[in-house]
Every structure is written in C-alpha cells, then in structure tokens.
Ligand binder design. Structure first.
Ligand SMILES: *Cc1c(COP(=O)(O)O)cnc(C)c1O
Length: 373
C-alpha cells in the first residue's frame, strides 16, 4: 500500500501529462514562458486572489512574503507550535523572532485564544513588536480565520496563510489560499497539488506587495534582472513543473472529492476507537493527511508496528513541537507553553491517504489499528 500514490495518479493521467512535458521539451524554453504565465493565471483564478507569483518552493514563498513586508529585527512573528519546520524557519532567516502558539486539540490548527494570549505577553514584555501571524492550514483543513483575523486587526498585524497543505480546502465557498493578506503554498510532490519536483507560489490581492515579490524572487530586479535595486534571491518555478501543474489542476477537485470519500470511510470505521480528525461545520478539507490520535503513546507505537507488519506505511506528523527543536534554542522569546501540541506529538499518527485509495484498503488499515485498542 502507498502512503500517497503518485504512480497511479500519473498512469491515470499519463497522456495529458506526457504531452504537456513533451511540449516543453520541443519548445526548449525551460525557464519562464507561456506555461508559467498561464499557470499563475489559472492558480489565481482558482483560489480567488488577484495575484499569483510562482517560486521555487513553499519555504521560499513564506520568506518572500516576510521580505515584501520588510519584517526583520525587533519583530515578533506568531506561529503554531504544531507544523512543519519551514513555517518557522523563515522567521529567524529575516532576522525576526518566532513566537510559538499552542494549537486547538480538535483541529490541530492554531488556537485563537492561545494566539491572543501570546500577543498580549509580547506586548507586556515590551521587547518585540507583534508584526505577523502565520496561520497554517494543517493536514488540509483551513485555520480558524474568522477568529484569527479579528486578532490580527485588533493588534495591527498582518496575516500570512501557509496553505502548503491546505490548497483546495475551503471554508464555505471560499477557497484556502485566499484568507491571508498574503498566502503561500507548496507544490512538493506529496502536497494536495504536487508537481514532479519542487515548486511553490505566493498569492495576494495587494498590487505593491505582488510587485515587490516579483522583484525579490528575481535577484531584486528593477527594470530587468540585470538592473538590481534590492537584495533578493533566485526562486523560480521551472517551465516543466508549470506545464505539469496546469494539467494536474484540471482534475484536482475530483481527486479531493475522492479523498473526502476515503476520509468518511476511515472515520466511520475508527470512530470511538481512536480520536478521528474533526472537520469543523462549513469547512472542507483537502486531506493532505488523515491523522488520528491514540490515547497513549505506547498504543501508537504498537499500531505502527502492526501496520508495518501488514505492509502498510504510516507517518508521525509531527514528532516534536517546534519550540523543542534544537535549531530554535536561544532564538525564542521566553518559554513556549504548549501542552496541547506536546500531547498531540506523543499520540498522533497519519494513515495512508490519497485519491486512489480503495475502500478495501482503508478497511485493512482500520483492522490493523483496531487490533491494539
Ligand atoms: C511542505 C510545507 C512547507 C514547505 O514547502 P516546501 O515546498 O517543501 O518548501 C511549508 N509549510 C508547511 C505547513 C508544509 O507542509
């Protein structure tokens, strides 16, 4: 069984993807060009933002957003303690200080209450200026943007949506990657919309920020890339990846529908046995991961072995709270208190999830999980 079956996906859409790749090879334009322009247009229309700026990966996308806002020394950036390292890594990179915020025990997304508490603490300490909140659409479910937006407005902060896992999710009719002042995503192969290598994108409605990001991603270009008006970076989505993504975007909604059907089967079989993922009313997840929680750590460790014996892969996303990562030692403002994150790290387990997973396979996974409880 595959944790995420990219081979079946390719074989099902082989003709369209092969032809798109061949076109790029025949045209022999491998950087920029029509496919990149067209993809940016398609993606902006899909998420409902005015500008889409493609770049090399989801980590660069986050960094470009912080650069466009001029975030740096003396600024506090609030981040959920339970997410992939990238979300926080970019903060010290621009010279700012990450402040880790505990997550909600049901959705695993940033807790608005904990966020407000953390902002108040930073203000009380008086050393840093609260500047940005990075909310993550963890495992495919958008964060609680109604509540988070209230807090960013009240304290005059910008909202950055890290939609690396959330692409194709929704709240009501509104798609993920449209909730932040700037939002970012990743096209790493295992993400909801993945390419055949690395890729990422930044979205915004704001003309000036979009222009700045277009400059920063091409060596701080002015008139062109040989006129350099600021220190930037080199962050491109190559033409081949763009051509593949144009094709994959066409069947993405259908794929996410299948993931939702799979998630329903999982939840009906596992409810009451482990803690199944909670999708809030009106929310639609893109199921980047299907993550359950055991009561005790030992149960999880046993389940991993039972699954492995049956040839079923499972993953722990994430084993460590960000505030406990060695890389952040000495960079933190005070001591992070995130008991919910700590408990999730000890007890969570992500099970195989992809659009091509069969009902029978889900039953097999659930049978193995049940054996330990
Ligand atoms: C994958 C991921 C990223 C980084 O994306 P890359 O393309 O691998 O750089 C950032 N944030 C989250 C939440 C992710 O899952």
């Amino acid at each position: 069984m595959e944790f995420r079956d990219l081979k079946t996906q390719y074989l099902q859409h082989k003709d369209a993807i092969d032809s798109a790749m061949q076109d790029v090879a025949c045209n022999a334009q491998f950087i920029g060009g029509e496919p990149v322009r067209r993809l940016e247009e398609d993606l902006a229309a899909y998420v409902g933002m005015k500008h889409c700026i493609s770049c090399a990966n989801g980590t660069d996308a986050l960094q470009l957003a912080l650069m466009a806002w001029g975030v740096g020394e003396g600024d506090a950036v609030f981040i959920p303690d339970f997410t992939f390292f990238s979300t926080a890594e970019v903060v010290p990179w621009v010279g700012a200080v990450p402040v880790f915020v505990d997550v909600d025990g049901d959705t695993f997304n940033m807790s608005p209450c904990a966020l407000e508490e953390a902002v108040k603490n930073v203000i009380k300490e008086g050393r840093l200026t609260p500047k940005v909140v990075i909310a993550v659409d963890l495992f495919g479910q958008p964060a609680d943007y109604a509540a988070i937006r209230k807090i960013t407005e009240q304290y005059g902060m910008w909202l950055l949506e890290d939609g690396a896992q959330g692409f194709a999710g929704r709240i009501g009719d509104r798609r993920a990657c449209s909730f932040g002042d700037i939002t970012t995503t990743s096209f790493f192969p295992a993400k909801p919309l993945g390419c055949y290598g690395d890729g990422g994108a930044v979205f915004t409605d704001h003309d000036e920020w979009a222009e700045l990001i277009r400059s920063y991603k091409v060596h701080g270009k002015g008139e062109d890339k040989y006129d350099n008006v600021r220190i930037g970076m080199n962050s491109r989505l190559d033409t081949l990846q763009a051509a593949i993504l144009i094709e994959k975007l066409k069947f993405l909604d259908e794929e996410i529908k299948h993931c939702n059907e799979g998630a329903e089967i999982y939840t009906s079989l596992l409810r009451g046995i482990v803690k199944t993922p909670m999708v809030l009313p009106g929310y639609y997840s893109s199921w980047a991961q299907y993550t359950v929680q055991f009561e005790r750590k030992e149960q999880r460790e046993q389940a991993i072995l039972k699954l492995k014996d049956a040839g079923i892969p499972s993953m722990i996303y994430y084993r460590k709270p960000l505030h406990g990562q060695k890389a952040f030692a000495g960079l933190l403002s005070g001591k992070a208190v995130c008991p919910v994150t700590e408990e999730i790290c000890d007890t969570c387990l992500s099970l195989p999830m992809h659009p091509y997973l069969k009902g029978k396979e889900i039953e097999m996974v659930c049978d193995r999980v049940k054996e330990n409880i």
